[in-house]
Ligand binder design. Sequence first.
Ligand code: FAD
Length: 303
Amino acid sequence: MLRPLLLFLSQSTLVKKFVMHFPLAKKVARRYVAGETLEDALFVTRTLTAQGLLVALDLLGENVERPDAASEATQEYLRMLGRIQDSGLQCYVSLKLTQLGLDQGMDVALANLLTILEAAKKIGLFVRIDMEGSKYTDSTVAVFRQAREQFDNVGIVIQAYMRRSKSDIALINRMGGKARLCKGAYAEPPSVAYQTRREVTSNMKDLMRDLVRDGHYPAIASHDEDVIQETLRTVKEYGITPDQFEFQMLYGIRRERQLELHKQGYNVRIYVPFGNDWYPYFMRRLAERPANLVFFITALFRG
Ligand SMILES: Cc1cc2nc3c(=O)[nH]c(=O)nc-3n(C[C@H](O)[C@H](O)[C@H](O)COP(=O)(O)OP(=O)(O)OC[C@H]3O[C@@H](n4cnc5c(N)ncnc54)[C@H](O)[C@@H]3O)c2cc1C
């Protein structure tokens, strides 16, 4: 019951204003968010890479309302690429197409994405397109396909709760594209998405097998031990070596397990978000684990 409510609230501007008004909310969100500035994120990146983990940096932001905001986000990403290069750190970037203007049109988001891909390509960096709500699945896949015709340093995300994902993965595998597989973090209706945890996990395992067998350096993004164990069994079964795929997890979740997998010889990439626009991301993390909500509310009232 709480998950749909929290996901609904994640889109409310009013609740956003209310929650972001509490300095303590920001403090609690720091469990999942590296900080507000790129320098905060680079500091976290340095710490994680020193531990042997890989990093994907995400500048928080989604659903920009004006084309100039999409251009600003694009410029921010270009600055970020320059700063990553200067720092000498090894990490790639993740972004959302609605941050690059997808609500203003596919051509707007594509043009901004191509600008970022060109700059990233010059310095040998990879860019991953996050997957958002089902309203955007078609256009995100379409933009990815067009971008992939020109650039090979771009990947996409596929959500296991979506009923269409098996055919999306087959398409991406045929194209030689790189996919990150995750369960999916938005509220979706039964017409397009599996609803129960059992169905979603079962589809995640099925899609993971398709990716491990036929994919191109797939990323299995989950904190679910059941999924992790099944992935370890599957790579063994197909003779896939640790350099041919990676695990991915979110910053702040199952930190010990991240290090354990790395020590066992697997590539583990941590998704590190940063920026001012942390509210929707934070609410999606609360929705995944409502127990966190109790902690959050208690912290607010103890204030
Ligand atoms: C690297 C990465 C990138 C992602 N990118 C996208 C994307 O582009 N689009 C998208 O829709 N979703 C994305 N997600 C989110 C994903 O879809 C899930 O919502 C999220 O990962 C939780 O699913 P799970 O597989 O970890 O399994 P779950 O069954 O949700 O969780 C398994 C266990 O992990 C732990 N856990 C999970 N979430 C939390 C939390 N918030 N706080 C504390 N513990 C937790 C708990 O121990 C839980 O029992 C991404 C996730 C990762 C790891």
